[in-house]
Design a protein around this ligand. Sequence first.
Ligand code: F6P
Length: 504
Amino acid sequence: MSIADRLSPLRAEAARMESVLLRDLVADDPDRARDFALRVGPIHASFARQRYDRGALDALFALGESLDFDGRLAALFAGEHVNVTERRPALHTALRSGLSDSDSAMRAHAMAREARGAMQAMVAAIAGSGVTDVVSVGIGGSDLGPRLAVDALAPPGGGGIRVHFLSNVDGHAAERVLAGLDPSRTAALLISKSFGTQETLLNGRLLRDWLGDDTRLYGITANVDRAAAFGIPVERVLPMWDWVGGRYSLWSAVGLPIAIAIGMDGFEALLQGACEMDAHVAGEPVRRNLAAWHALTAVWNRNALALTSQAVLPYDERLRLLPNYLQQLVMESLGKSVRIDGADVDVDTVPVWWGGPGTDTQHSFFQALHQGTTVVPCDFVGVVRADAPHRANHDALLSNLLAQSEAFANGQDSDDPHRRYPGGRPNTMLLLDALTPQALGALIAMYEHSVYLQSVVWGINAFDQFGVELGKQIADRLLPAVRGEAPADDPVTRALIAEIGAHR
Ligand code: F6P
């Protein structure tokens, strides 16, 4: 059956509900707020402001059941080759959970535990070496997860080792990161699964030269030989494996910057939160499964309501990097138009994910969200208990969070068209009890599983990313032309290079 055929009951439900107002769905169903919500550990999720009624939700859950979500999750956890195009498993769950008793999952889990022992020793060695600063060099999945977790969880001015991140190949990024650092009291972590990524190798060389001493270089990679050739001996390298995708790797030794910033116990707590989410997702039926509900909501908004983008709005400054992190997780995983079997996908797949922290964004792009012609569904993420001592600020933050969710959904009529709020803007509310490592781990794991289940609906592989290769290949080819050593083939590129050359 084609995917479009499979999704046609959803479109019928959407057509049935076309003239139903979201505010009426809420007002007419007194139990909706309770029944459209779910608590999993430290996360309360409310889907009460999504634009579906009980009948449509039932059709969504039936879709998840007909696609055997339970079985597909079991296959993921067991280490089956869900990454079909690269013929390998995606066993990020084994980095934090021993939930499957399949041979490959148990082997992976044991390897991950052993690596955490080595990681703990490396954290202690770095802490004992007298360094004050660590620069983590990596990009994409070797950067965004650790960067998010450190930004979210490291205590401000905490007095421990300061952790910095360098990802962009732009030399200005290195200048900014290194300004004010003392090379004799800085260590560098080179994080690269392949140890072949241009940006990371160039920045790694830059750091090696700047340090003037390669005894404070550490590596995290699946390619120990390349790290050794670079000058990092095996005793200063932590492992990665091909069964963990880059954007799913923060739970592995790629999380070393997190462990340095918040301690190994904090890192273990992050894993524990993810493990608890794994247990929920693997154990609960579709209708009580948070990741399934989140994924099916995404499919509803994309394929039944034809919405083209999705915003993520963390109402906590410490989660300001969540949109950046999710952009890679979601769009690198689901930005596909070909099914696993090679046929074209006959429905739309991933929308554009974007966002930023509230309340700042209320004063930038929210105007368009309230009154623009494009309806953008939102994931709000709030944190109930603050760690900052400024109660008045936190009360204001929470009231803004609640107000925006309500305003998007309900809108407000007015005789003056300029002052009318149409409402009907669907949104999900994800409330964390507090921003602990466990809660962050659970939140990220929920998004990972939601992404996987969306890929199941669309019949695509969430674990490859061939789309990023072409640009890399052309950039390699163009390097001699940019250096003025060879002509470029493409006439437009040739003209642009001439322009660059004329103004260098
Ligand atoms: O952006 C493409 C990509 O392959 C990501 O999937 C990956 O996380 C990133 O590059 C970095 O790769 P590596 O860890 O091998 O340096």
